[in-house]
Design a protein around this ligand. Structure first.
Ligand code: PLP
Length: 426
């Protein structure tokens, strides 16, 4: 299959080029040329997660990768479980946080690392991954690429604005992973990274590549769990569930759309945001007005200009009515998020992290009888301080996090300007 640019449908490139470039030469984002109806041949039988993942990914990865290569990419990338917890008959939670960094971004981080290193080996190239992170992306990318031979990783994060545990997930690697903090916000980091990608000379010299969800390589692996959980749900209940996705850059929910287009039993795609409500406001008013991000309890979703809207606009031709046939949007305040965390804990003894709680609350706002599967994007212990304070409990650290305490830290600090970053890369 080939991939095209959201800004030029006649531009074509192969999977290796799409992943290495990250962004199309015209500044657009890559989209797959088609969404084959894979569900047609799968429906009615039982599959493991890895079997579903292979089936979902094959059309996009072949013929560049052979069947055997795809099988080993899947096996190496997704070696953790996706349990689904029924809270009530109509509300199920798909836990996507059982990977090595306890966030759903591990699907993307692990897959990107395994696919990119293979692509680079085939092309006899090296690359540098440059990524800005507000917390979870950097950890997942570092974990995935650590000690991979042909790749260096540079992670840029805002000093003092990621949690202590999140910082340790970036800074305890060393070797081919450089963690750089800068005075400023996440938006500043993202701006510096964008500037680097616009610097043609720098990009060519260091083969810079992105690992944010502008890269289609992040979205493809995120399709796997929607396929798996919707198929399982349908097999067990005979019902087509809505999915509720806590959303920031809208990469995760775009992956859900791809899976729906492949024929899987998914009803509405419900995007739940925090008070960074650009998209829900657009659904309501028809006005799309990106804004500076606001800081909230669910910090991985503090995005004022969601990058993947460019893909949704392209897929729907900017037709809001058409978009609204598949999507709904709800915005949830921090107060509502806290209330939901307390409520779910009291009623079901379930501990939801703030991001998941935004989606659980959103599921309740869209009040129909259709069953809903909420995507749980992070383990509550990643936000230990907030969760403990809100629920008045003590939350033990899982080994993935407690193992980081006391490890040596490798980090650099740079002034918040492009020349400093450029000098650091060179
Ligand atoms: C990144 C992230 C999100 C948002 O995902 P998008 O694909 O950017 O919409 C939600 N929850 C958590 C915990 C995250 O790390």
């Amino acid at each position: 299959m080939h991939f095209y640019s959201t800004r030029n449908t006649s531009y074509q490139c192969t999977i290796d080029e799409a992943l290495l470039q990250g962004i199309a030469p015209d500044g657009g984002l890559f989209l797959p040329a088609e969404f084959p109806n894979t569900y047609g041949s799968l429906r009615g039988a039982e599959y493991t997660f890895q079997q579903i993942a292979e089936n979902i990914l094959t059309p996009y990865l072949s013929p560049f990768f052979s069947t055997d290569e795809i099988a080993s990419i899947v096996e190496q990338s997704f070696c953790f479980d996706v349990p689904v917890m029924p809270l009530t008959n109509n509300l199920h939670i798909a836990e996507l946080f059982h990977g090595p960094t306890l966030a759903f971004k591990d699907f993307g981080g692990q897959f990107m690392a395994n696919v990119l290193t293979r692509i680079l080996a085939k092309r006899k190239q090296k690359a540098t991954i440059l990524v800005a992170t507000s917390g979870d992306t950097g950890g997942a990318v570092a974990q995935g690429f650590y000690e991979k031979e042909n790749v260096n990783v540079i992670i840029l994060y805002p000093k003092g604005k990621v949690s202590e545990l999140q910082e340790l997930q970036l800074t305890t690697f060393g070797k081919n992973i450089r963690a750089i903090c800068t005075d400023g916000t996440f938006d500043d980091c993202q701006r510096l990274v964008k500037q680097a990608f616009a610097d043609k000379e720098l990009c060519d010299k260091f083969s810079l590549s992105s690992a944010n969800s502008i890269n289609i390589g992040r979205l493809l692996p995120q399709m796997t769990y929607y396929a798996y959980v919707s198929h399982q749900f349908f097999m067990q209940s005979g019902k087509v569930p809505d999915v509720v996705v806590p959303s920031g850059n809208f990469g995760n929910i775009t992956a859900a759309l791809f899976v729906k287009k492949m024929g899987f039993p998914i009803g509405k795609l419900i995007a739940a945001t925090n008070s960074n409500d650009v998209v829900p406001a657009y659904f309501k008013t028809g006005q799309y007005i990106p804004a500076p991000s606001k800081q909230t309890l669910s910090n991985a979703m503090d995005v004022g200009a969601p990058s993947n809207m460019e893909r949704l606009f392209a897929l729907y031709n900017h037709d809001l009515q058409h978009l609204k046939m598949d999507f709904e949007g709800v915005a949830i305040t921090d107060e509502e998020t806290k209330h939901t965390m307390r409520n779910i804990y009291a009623k079901h003894h379930y501990i939801a992290d703030p991001h998941t709680a935004v989606a659980i609350c959103g599921a309740g706002v869209v009040n129909t009888d259709t069953p809903k599967i909420v995507m749980s994007t992070a383990h509550p212990a990643k936000f230990k301080n907030d969760v403990e304070q809100i629920l008045q409990i003590e939350l033990p650290l899982p080994p993935q996090l407690s193992n980081l305490l006391g490890k040596p830290v490798f980090k650099e600090e740079l002034p918040n300007n492009y020349n400093s970053l450029k000098a650091a890369i060179c």
